[in-house]
Design a protein around this ligand. Sequence first.
Ligand code: ATP
Ligand code: MG
Length: 415
Amino acid sequence: MATIHLEELRKVFGVGGTDHVAVDGISLEIPDGSFTTIVGPSGCGKTTTLRTIAGFEQPTEGRVGIGGVDMTGVPADRRDTGMVFQDFALFPHMTVGENVAYGLTVGGDWDEARAQERVAEMLELVDIRAPEEIEMTLDELVLTEDQEGEINKIVKAIEHREYLAQIGLREIGKLLFVGPPGTGKTSTARALAHDLDLPFVEVKLSMITSQYLGETAKNVEKVFEVAKRLSPCILFMDEFDFVAKTRASDEHAAIKRAVNTLLKSIDDISLIQDDVLLIGATNHPDQLDAAAWRRFDEIVNFPKPDRGMRADILRVITRAMEIEEFDPDAIAELTEGLTGSDLRMVLREAVLDALTEERTTLTQQDLEDAVTDFEERDTLKNMDMIEGDHDALVAGGDIGGSGSSGGGHDHSHDH
Ligand SMILES: Nc1ncnc2c1ncn2[C@@H]1O[C@H](COP(=O)(O)OP(=O)(O)OP(=O)(O)O)[C@@H](O)[C@H]1O
Ligand SMILES: [Mg+2]
């Protein structure tokens, strides 16, 4: 199956913005007899590209070729033979037959409003990104040996998918990322999509169920359908603990049904057969029940970084910055308990503080000050605003004060 990434096309032709601009200067060659997927964010010109191929639009320059034949030279009324267009982002829950039937009305009474509505519904459920839209790369993440091992295994499994199918090994390609907030779970999943050049489908489980009570189970099905149609791709399900929480609690029957649908859909999807790599993530592994755990064939732990990792993370995130007398090991020493995300925040504060003094070169001292500020902020966050810490609540009070009950070294956040 061929995949055309519209973002790539846009880069090549220097176009952007509206659909119509995307058609100008388009140059596209589609292999004869292929199933071709056009991938890109909302509004990047997927539909317009289809319409161009179908002859409803004419590129002002450039060409669209299919199997070596320049379609711009073929009269519009001669183009229909053997072509099936499915704008699946519009009709994700329809059968192929329904899609074709609806697609045939495109030239006539095209219901633009309804189409837009469908796109909006879809986009509320999932966030789809083309790999080249993802800025994170694995190279920018500091991983534990264990994490690297798991990632290598998955890369190999994808590479040798056919062999695995041949020997009947199917229980592969469902990973669960477990760890506290800010330890790089989402970043790693995205970086994987970028580095493996796979579209990234992200869904927050709480989103699926919060808004459409009656339709929750159907929404879950839609998500998996989108992933299958976009395959090969990565399907990232954040907040996986939501599943277990829902099963355990006294929830609405519609939500329970949706969770059962989810578990069944997970069983039915496969890296080997469907080309979909499933990654779940959770901050609360303790809340997952056996039914949720056993769906995943690999559990990848995302611990808070140790001193060595913190120093490496600092090196990575400061790559493009100028810092005098930079000593990442010393900062790592000061930042016990901080996550990668916390360290990023520390750096951001240091940069902004230096900017208030019109400086773009930082010093080691700036970083140390930013760490102290971060600790104070953290203390504030953990503080009981009603009962204690009175000093700190009065302007000029001592936030980091010795008597504070905030526990300045407990950096556990709960998002
Ligand atoms: N090990 C790491 N190496 C480099 N950067 C990291 C690392 N861990 C976290 N970060 C940075 O911290 C930020 C937050 O990370 P991310 O969103 O991936 O965390 P998360 O584990 O998904 O958190 P949450 O559980 O809250 O969703 C990102 O900008 C990421 O680049
Ligand atoms: Mg995350």
